[in-house]
Ligand binder design. Structure first.
Ligand code: NAP
Length: 237
């Protein structure tokens, strides 16, 4: 049982989730890294352990309630209070934006449902199960995207866009219901980042993309809640 401040990160086996885990651990948090792919997740954990960081690992498929429950049970056995939840795991279920198949006219309902299940309902399941472990104080980060902004909504990629717009709504709903607590919940857009999802042409390195996530995960007591941010600055919904 550890007394250290604990952070849970989803999709921690690669990309923004792995770097978020690294940087939160460097800041002194114990990080419970989680991932759907157990082999990759354990390899990622080992990499951070080799760097001298205080991390542990548990498998988690954010689409599965049983899997979320197993993380809750693991947490209760090993830790006291959750300080930070980073809902990072996500998929891009549409064809590439350059592909004419990514038009809304060709949208496959199955892709829309898959995007919603992982990108929106995943964070919902985790917030429902894990926010009670915060004892009224902590930070939740929903890793969203500018592609979910209604103010700048473009064509293409409807499965991804819809799932992130809905995730932003979830942020607002939870923030309203958490108003009487010291729990802050925000959506962030990391920018366009060179990960498996963002691709090689993206403008930001992974450490640059993680900056805004770390900012929202480590807010001061008087920090914002119920907002949408990029690099720590508010952006329109
Ligand atoms: P990535 O490298 O593709 O990583 C996505 C992560 O999500 C992987 O660890 C993946 O695990 C995990 N994941 C997918 N489905 C899952 C599930 N059902 N349960 C648990 N984990 C699951 O992409 P990334 O760029 O780091 O993306 C991280 C977040 O940033 C996503 O929410 C994405 O929408 C958001 N974002 C990224 C960009 C960008 O430019 N990169 C821009 C805006 C927003 P597996 O290995 O098991 O697939």
């Amino acid at each position: 049982m550890t007394n250290k401040s604990v952070a849970i990160v989803t999709g921690a086996n690669r990309g923004l989730g792995l770097e978020t885990s690294r940087q939160l651990a460097r800041l002194g948090h114990h990080v419970l890294m989680t991932s759907r792919n157990e082999v990759d997740g354990q390899a990622a954990q080992q990499m951070l352990l080799n760097e001298g960081l205080d991390v542990s690992y548990h498998p988690l498929d954010v689409r599965s309630e049983a899997s979320v429950l197993a993380v809750v049970q693991h947490f209760r056995q090993h830790h006291k209070r959750l300080q930070i939840l980073v809902n990072n795991a996500g998929i891009f279920p549409d064809p590439s934006p350059e592909d004419s198949e990514s038009s809304v006219f060709n949208a496959e309902i199955e892709n829309i449902l898959n995007g919603f299940d992982t990108n929106t309902l995943g964070p919902l399941r985790l917030c429902q199960a894990l926010i009670p472990l915060m004892d009224g104080e902590g930070c939740v980060v929903n890793v969203s995207s500018g592609m979910g902004q209604l103010s700048e909504m473009g064509g293409c990629c409807p499965s991804y866009r819809l799932s992130k717009t809905a995730l932003n709504a979830l942020t607002r709903i939870f923030s309203e219901e958490l108003k009487q607590t010291q729990i802050k919940i925000n959506s962030i857009c990391p920018g366009w980042v060179r990960t498996d999802m963002g691709g090689k042409e993206a403008t930001l390195s992974i450490p640059e993309g993680v900056e805004g996530i770390i900012w929202a995960a480590t807010l001061a007591d008087d920090g914002p809640s119920g907002g949408f941010f990029r690099f720590g600055k508010p952006i329109e919904w």
